[in-house]
Each structure stands twice: as structure tokens, then as C-alpha cells.
Design a protein around this ligand. Structure first.
Ligand SMILES: Nc1nc2c(ncn2[C@@H]2O[C@H](COP(=O)(O)OP(=O)(O)OP(=O)(O)O)[C@@H](O)[C@H]2O)c(=O)[nH]1
Ligand SMILES: [Mg+2]
Length: 415
């Protein structure tokens, strides 16, 4: 998983998945206040905000990312997002768009479960009032579990026989079964460790299988909640209930619709706004005319702006959408690794000069990934003589990466 880390947006119909995708990317996925607006998945590039290595060395002015951007040490690294069709209770048995939805998700590395916290849509995404969205948090996970469990159990007899006859380990057998989800042996091993199941695979009963699948889902699909539609006056009730009942699940409060709207106003030059910031400025506040903004003459537009200030910014501080990506990246333990051609100047020029900027390349990998694996992801099979870390110190291929540890690397090619 290099920068091709894929974050899936999941949730019941009409919770705001496509709106969240649009708010995080340049996508223009169709949105609508009726269930199953999305049928085929939408993939688009979002930008994860991280602390760039340039700020550690006071080189913000020289930082020139090849992909994404960097402003004053805040770097925006591309990350792929996938918005899929809505999921309804019973999807694993084919209800709604059932298995199609679930199949589209196979290759996601983490999930953002978009929850409609306004209480205005039921479990099927139909308009209602006072719905308790806490239920959605619970059944959604269970649908994913039952889908994977179902796929495994239909073949269990054969899986068991082959496991015994080939004298395979549990990791080998499960890796074969879970390869369709892009699972590696390491991931399966982590899932088994998490499950604490040590009994031989051929003796597993239904409960044990369920337990192992649950651990696999936790490892394969780390999930965070985006409690969306916080601009709605009833949202606080639902937010309180979910956070109290599930303090173990990371949550972010979002208003995807507000973010989309503010970005549109910015394009039309009505406001100055930076993605995810905790304020925006209209011509009224721009007393020194720094931003060359248009006057808001439409009363209804002014009312909507006032309402957003009151319901989102005053109550919740921001639209939350950037933090949703950051939380997902944290759940995945993603670390940014910077690869440079010259470890002393951090440039990519062969002569070491910074004329074309510094820290041009950056990839996202999981914490604990080995330096050798970063090498393969960035250089493929090109032979490398040795690897340098900060101050030109040699780094072994077996060393692992973490924030501020082996996260700036220089691969020296063989001549
Ligand atoms: N008030 C409010 N409405 C929102 C917000 N986000 C999305 N919506 C509205 O919710 C409705 C559904 O949004 P979509 O983004 O189409 O929802 P979806 O989850 O992609 O729905 P399906 O594709 O049908 O599964 C639309 O009318 C959106 O405008 C939000 O933050 N606040
Ligand atoms: Mg949609």
C-alpha cells in the first residue's frame, strides 16, 4: 500500500457519502435526497493534511511537492477515496444493492462510515423524523461481518479438507481465502493474533469462525465514524448517544454539505475560505480589502451564510471534513515517508542543488513498514547500492519507518 491507500465511504443511503466525496475532492458525484442515488462507485483523489518534513528544517519556502501541495509546512498528500452505493440492513443477503456494494469495497484499506446524525432518514435512507442513528453504527458493521463470514462458511467443508491434506498453517489457508480482499499473510497473522484463537483450524466451530472474521474485519477495515449533517438542529442528540455508547470508535463531526457550499462560494469570490478552516471571511469582514471579494446582495444567501456560522462554525468550530480524512489515516497508522536524491539538501537534483525545490516525493505507508518495502514501492526492481537516512547515516532494509524515524530516505543507486 503506497499512496494508493484507498479509503471507502460507507453508510446507509442518503447519509451523505457522495456529498462527503465531493467536499474532499474535485469530484462532482451525483447527490440527492432519495435512496440509491449512487449505484456505481465513484473514485476520486482527496488530500490528506500532514505536517511536512520541510517545516522540521525551516525549508518551507523551498518545498515543491510533485503531487499535492505544501503551504507553510502543511502538506496535502493525495489519497484515494471510494464512494459506494448505500448499504441497508440485510445487504449481505442481497437486500438493496446488497452484494454489489460489498464487492466494490473489497480493496478499501479503511472505512469512513458516514452516519446521518440529523435523524431525518431511516435505516433505508427514506425521509423520516427523530430516527435514532445509533442503530446504523451497529447494523452496518454486522452486515460487513456477515458478508465475509457467509463467503467463508459456504466453502468451509472444502477449506477444512484442503487445509488438512496440504498441511497448511491457519495463516496460509486464511490468506488464500481472504486474498480477494487484498489481504496479505501479515494482515491475516495480525487478525489471528487479535482473535487469540489458537485451536487448529479444522476444529473451529461457527462461533470461532465468527470470532476470527470479526478480528479480520477490525484489521482489514479500520473504521471511523463521520457523524454528518451537524448543521441540523437535532444532530447533537444523536452525536451524544453515539459517542457515549461507542467511545472506542473514533468519531469526527462533519457537515459535508456546508463544505461543498463554502467551496462554491469561494469559487464565486463571495468568501475567503481555506478548506476545513474554522472561519471564513465575507466582504463585510474584509475591512482592509485584502481578498478582493464580491458583495453579497442576495438576502437569502446572506441568511444561509449566517445560519452556517451559527449552526456549524459557532456550535462545532468547523465542517470537520479534513479531520475525517486525518482520523481515517490515523486508524490506518499511516506515516508519510519522504524520498530524496540528496539527504543533505533534501533535493531531487543529482547535483544536490535545491533549484527545483526540496521534499518533492512523499508516500504514505503504514507505520512499521520496512525501509526495504518503501524502496520496492518507490523504485520497483531498480538495484540500489545502499540507503541513507538523516545526516547520511546508513539505514538497513529491515529498519522500520515511523513519524520522525526513517521517514526521510535516500536510495543510492548502484553505478
Ligand atoms: N443538512 C445536510 N444535508 C446533507 C449533508 N450532507 C449531505 N446532505 C444531503 O443529504 C442528501 C443525500 O446526500 P448524498 O451525498 O447523495 O447521500 P449518499 O449517502 O451518497 O446517498 P446514496 O448514494 O443514495 O447512498 C442530499 O440531499 C444532500 O444534500 C450535510 O452535511 N447536511
Ligand atoms: Mg451517493
Amino acid at each position: 500500500m503506497g499512496n494508493d491507500a484507498l479509503i471507502g465511504l460507507v453508510g446507509k443511503p442518503s447519509s451523505g457519502k457522495s456529498t462527503l466525496l465531493n467536499s474532499l475532492t474535485d469530484a462532482t458525484a451525483k447527490t440527492g435526497a432519495f435512496p440509491f442515488t449512487t449505484i456505481d462507485p465513484n473514485k476520486a483523489t482527496g488530500y490528506l493534511q500532514i505536517d511536512c518534513a520541510c517545516a522540521r528544517f525551516g525549508k518551507q519556502d523551498l518545498c515543491r511537492p510533485n503531487y499535492g501541495s505544501c503551504k507553510d509546512g502543511k502538506r496535502y498528500v493525495p489519497i484515494m477515496l471510494l464512494d459506494v452505493a448505500g448499504l441497508v440492513p440485510g445487504a449481505h443477503e442481497g437486500r438493496g444493492l446488497g452484494n454489489k456494494f460489498l464487492d466494490d469495497l473489497r480493496h478499501a484499506d479503511a472505512l469512513i462510515h458516514v452516519v446521518d446524525s440529523s435523524g431525518t432518514t431511516d435505516a433505508e435512507g427514506k425521509a423520516t423524523a427523530g430516527y435514532d442513528s445509533l442503530q446504523d453504527v451497529e447494523w452496518l458493521r454486522s452486515e460487513i461481518l456477515r458478508w465475509i463470514e457467509g463467503n467463508l462458511k459456504v466453502k468451509w467443508g472444502g477449506i477444512k479438507r484442503r487445509h488438512v491434506s496440504t498441511k497448511s498453517t491457519a495463516v496460509e489457508t486464511l490468506r488464500n481465502q481472504f486474498s480477494g480482499y487484498g489481504a496479505t499473510g501479515q494482515l491475516v497473522q495480525r487478525a489471528l493474533d487479535r482473535s487469540k484463537v489458537t485451536a487448529p483450524l479444522e476444529s473451529w466451530d461457527d462461533d470461532t469462525i465468527e470470532h476470527v472474521v470479526s478480528a479480520f474485519v477490525d484489521e482489514k477495515f479500520p473504521t471511523i465514524l463521520a457523524l454528518n449533517k451537524i448543521d441540523h438542529p437535532d444532530a447533537d442528540r444523536c452525536i451524544y448517544r453515539i459517542q457515549r455508547t461507542h467511545p472506542e470508535i473514533p468519531t469526527v463531526l462533519t457537515s459535508a454539505k456546508t463544505e461543498v457550499f463554502l467551496r462554491r462560494l469561494r469559487k464565486q469570490k463571495y468568501i475567503y475560505y481555506e478548506e476545513g478552516a474554522s472561519e471564513f471571511i465575507t466582504k463585510l469582514e474584509d475591512t482592509e480589502q485584502q481578498y478582493d471579494l464580491r458583495e453579497i446582495e442576495d438576502e437569502r444567501l446572506q441568511e444561509r451564510i449566517d445560519q452556517i456560522r451559527d449552526m456549524v462554525f459557532y456550535r462545532w468550530s468547523d465542517t470537520g471534513i479534513l479531520r475525517a480524512l486525518q482520523e481515517a489515516a490515523r486508524a490506518l497508522n499511516l506515516v508519510a515517508v519522504f524520498t530524496v536524491r540528496n539527504i543533505h539538501t533534501f533535493s531531487n537534483n543529482t547535483d544536490g542543488s535545491s533549484s527545483a525545490g526540496v521534499f518533492r516525493d512523499c508516500i504514505l505507508v503504514r507505520q512499521g513498514t520496512t525501509v526495504g518495502s518503501v524502496l520496492r514501492k518507490t523504485m520497483g526492481d531498480i538495484p540500489v547500492a545502499f540507503i541513507e537516512g538523516l545526516d547520511g547515516m546508513r539505514v538497513s532494509k529491515d529498519a522500520t519507518v515511523d513519524y520522525k524515524k526513517n521517514d526521510i530516505l535516500c536510495f543510492k543507486m548502484s553505478r
